[in-house]
Design a binder for this molecule. Sequence first.
Ligand SMILES: Nc1ncnc2c1ncn2[C@@H]1O[C@H](COP(=O)(O)OP(=O)(O)OP(=O)(O)O)[C@@H](O)[C@H]1O
Ligand SMILES: [Mg+2]
Length: 495
Amino acid sequence: MRSSTEAVLADPAPIAWRTGFADLGPAFLTRLQPTPLPAPYWVGRSAEVAAQLGLDADWFASDAALQAFTGNQLLPGSAPYASVYSGHQFGVWAGQLGDGRAIALGETAGGLELQLKGAGRTPYSRMGDGRAVLRSSIREFLCSEAMAGLGVATTRALCVTGSDAPVRRETLETAAVVTRVAPSFIRFGHFEHFAANGDHASLRALADHVIDRHYPACRDQAAEFGGNAYAALLRAVTQRTAAMLAQWQAVGFCHGVMNTDNMSILGLTIDYGPFQFLDAFDPGHICNHSDSQGRYAFNRQPNVAYWNLFCLGQALLPLIEDQDQALAALETYKADFPQALETAMRAKLGLAQPLDDDRALIEATLQLLARQRVDYTIFWRRLSGAVAAGMALAPVRDLFLDGAAFDDWAVLYQRRMAGGDLGQAGARMHAVNPKFVLRNHLAEQAIRRAQEKDFSEVERLHRLLQTPFDEHPGSEADADFPPAWASSIEISCSS
Ligand SMILES: Nc1ncnc2c1ncn2[C@@H]1O[C@H](COP(=O)(O)OP(=O)(O)OP(=O)(O)O)[C@@H](O)[C@H]1O
Ligand SMILES: [Mg+2]
């Protein structure tokens, strides 16, 4: 390892860069270098993300790549920076935050930003050490890629590297760096920052950048909002956020820290901290051990997203100028989210053509699952198999303690499915109801092995979760109920 990040890798440059967010200037970011970590090693790598970036496979396996993605050597042409944002945390204005441990390497010519999470202190670190621990980095890597495999809008993870450098949390842990990839890492909090400071010129520059780069159609849609493209932007972000929330709720994903600084302007899932995929279906489940009030409980997520969008709307108001236009843009959430969720749930049930009563059937299904705390993922997968086998519901019924309640529901479901092609319905259901999700205990097993320097479980899970709708014979244990010890796993904001 070289002692300084000033050292530049030899040609040929593995990545072509273009200017992007960084062009907005010093009000938005601070140029700086990642802080090196000693003797890094690979923990996990995504060939799929590497291919999206057009990385040469041999180079991606090289020591040069290992050093670059740990922040130990600069990639040619990269000009790293950390950006400033603010935000509301747990419903309270938190003031200035910013990339306290994420350092952007820049934007590729293909329009993807690369960011090292855990690459050292920045001017926005406040009391933090700028680092991320191996445990949370593995969770972020695996979950980003698992969400992509599920078809959920998300930032991606190229790789994780580790180092034996100690990092203090509740106990002494070791450092790791996740290389994240997304078209943009701009958050609602970036807008809130400039609005709160009354810096409307920067606010406008940021909004124009986001429209030009990511939402060009908003210029045309401005006509619907009295010529105001920023109101069209607010509506577009609202629509994407509604779509993302419907995906989360349908797949049983609990984010855990839906602060406005963790809301992507592109409607991507960002910041994999105390997240959890539901095991037993408990609508009020709180996955973040630090969330004592349950603000971010599973069933509150859709409303929190709307609350967060409202904060974004407030921040954009100096540009939108007309409060009614802003409210009209936000209003779309109230129709879009339920509509998107209903579509997703109908697909999970295998219903091809929508009928008026579907909403009632969906509600009855979720209430039944909630009352009996049935495992969410296993229920849907077994139901898919049961339908494919011609309504052979016995294995699904086995999941319920109160069989009579299941039978009552089954009458409704069978009536709804009558006359349809069950083979086709089952096939459709298998394509939307995953067999595998990154349950906490699976991540935990991979983490424990990785802490012993055995990264095979990270690799195995990563591969499995890329195609979570496939059967993967031999991986039955990964699709099974969580073991008893899983309920004792405590996931907090500490990472
Ligand atoms: N160890 C740390 N050192 C410095 N800053 C930190 C650290 N942990 C969190 N922060 C900062 O605290 C704020 C809130 O943290 P939060 O947990 O939401 O984000 P994060 O996990 O660091 O990163 P991201 O949102 O980029 O995934 C952010 O400004 C973040 O950069
Ligand atoms: Mg965050």
